[in-house]
Design a protein around this ligand. Structure first.
Ligand code: ZN
Length: 391
């Protein structure tokens, strides 16, 4: 049992100074006052005076096994380590493959998800990669979603990108339909995470899908929507139709395209254009390569995405864009849980999972992280580490 005392709780809504009791892997209750008798059972007490308590962060687009780089084999990106995830305040992570579906594959992705789950965080994965038809783990993508607990949908399927498999509209919409059926049968979200590239067609396939089918708009989650102002403005249109907009927090600040926006800037722009914040989420795209191409499409530089950018961009939204903390944190907590149908995640409330992040009120730095009821980081020190990390 853990009792966290006197912290200001954001559930994500601000509910004031409270005491949170954790029992095993769940939140037992949230109380105004609590008195623990001296001779009671052994309880770990955490003093959160002067601190804010937030739901554990959810990062739903991470290349957990690393990805193929775009500059030959030596540019392959490394897999993620548990301590990196913990330091970033992330307690739930969704892994995916990207451009490389030959050297990277579903068995490896699933094994890595199992490993991270054993090590202490909650994990899920998407089946497939950039490619359509989807290279699933079993003989079909719907079977993957229905029968494999960790698989919650398909992704990241690439459209509007010179690196995509150039799927036709029909192939795209059939993928979404099949993923939805998989989700319905298994009680999961069954969404398709759509990588949107720089080509001018943008999210035209998604708009076509809304016009010509009655598949719910929330079955697709287009990501990298902040890669250009033009694309973001089509996101405004999508958001007004109640579609989900995913903003990528990793970016190479030295090599940003002229009209590229940071996730925090894009969030502000969406809100200024009356998009409901509930429709917006942030993901880090961590461990993915961040290539920079010149005008002729030649690669000139490559770097790597980081999970730390997820909360950094929320902080930037608060301090630079004037967005209230209780609103800003929704994009990495309750909104994502809602979009992906994680019923016990993204909120601090009775019977939800005991995943939480404690931050210092003044510095806004993460000081403590609890994942599935276990203390993963305390007073800035990471306690939960992967099997081969320095203890
Ligand atoms: Zn992508």
């Amino acid at each position: 049992m853990i009792v966290i005392k006197n912290g200001e709780v954001y559930s994500p809504e601000r509910i004031g100074k409270k005491n949170i009791v954790l029992e095993g892997t769940r939140i037992e209750g949230i109380y105004d006052e609590i008195n623990i008798p001296n001779d009671f059972i052994n309880i770990d007490e955490i003093d959160a005076e002067g601190k804010l308590i937030l739901p554990g962060f959810i990062d739903s687009h991470v290349h957990i096994t690393g990805g193929g780089g775009e500059d030959g084999f030596s540019s392959r990106t490394p897999e993620i380590q548990l301590s990196t995830i913990i330091k970033a305040g992330i307690t739930t992570i969704v892994g995916c493959l990207g451009a490389d579906s030959v050297c990277r594959n579903m068995t490896d992705l699933l094994a890595k998800a199992y490993a991270l789950e054993e090590e202490g965080v909650t994990t899920y994965i998407y089946t497939g990669s950039y490619e359509v038809p989807v290279k699933s783990l079993t003989d079909s993508l719907d079977k993957d979603i229905i029968l494999i607990e960790k698989i919650i949908g398909v992704g990241e399927v690439a459209v509007a990108d010179n690196r995509s498999s150039q799927p036709t509209y029909d192939e795209f919409v059939r993928t979404v339909a099949k993923s939805r059926i998989g989700g319905l049968i298994s009680g999961k979200a069954g969404v398709v995470n759509v990588h949107v590239g720089n080509s001018k067609e943008g999210i035209e396939y998604i708009f076509n899908m809304i016009r010509h089918t009655d598949i719910p708009i929330t079955q697709v989650i287009p990501t990298h929507m902040n890669r250009s102002k033009r694309l973001l403005m089509s996101g405004v249109e999508l958001g007004k139709l109640d579609g989900i907009i995913d903003l990528t927090t990793s970016c190479d600040r030295d090599c940003m395209a002229d009209d590229e926006l940071t996730a925090s800037e894009a969030l502000k722009m969406l809100l200024d254009n009356d998009v409901n914040i509930e429709n917006i989420q942030f993901t880090s795209d961590a461990q993915g390569s961040l290539p920079t191409f010149d005008q002729k499409g030649r690669l000139i530089k490559t770097s790597i995405g980081s999970v730390e950018s997820l909360y950094d961009e929320v902080r930037n939204a608060i301090s630079n864009q004037g967005i209230k903390l209780e609103e800003a944190i929704k994009v990495i907590t309750s909104n994502v849980a809602e979009h992906l149908k994680f019923k016990k995640k993204g909120r601090l409330a009775k019977d939800y999972d005991a995943d939480l992040v404690i931050i210092d009120k003044n510095s806004m730095e993460i000081t403590d992280v609890i994942a599935k009821g276990k203390v993963a980081m305390r007073n800035g020190k990471v306690l939960m580490k992967g099997a081969y990390e320095n203890k």
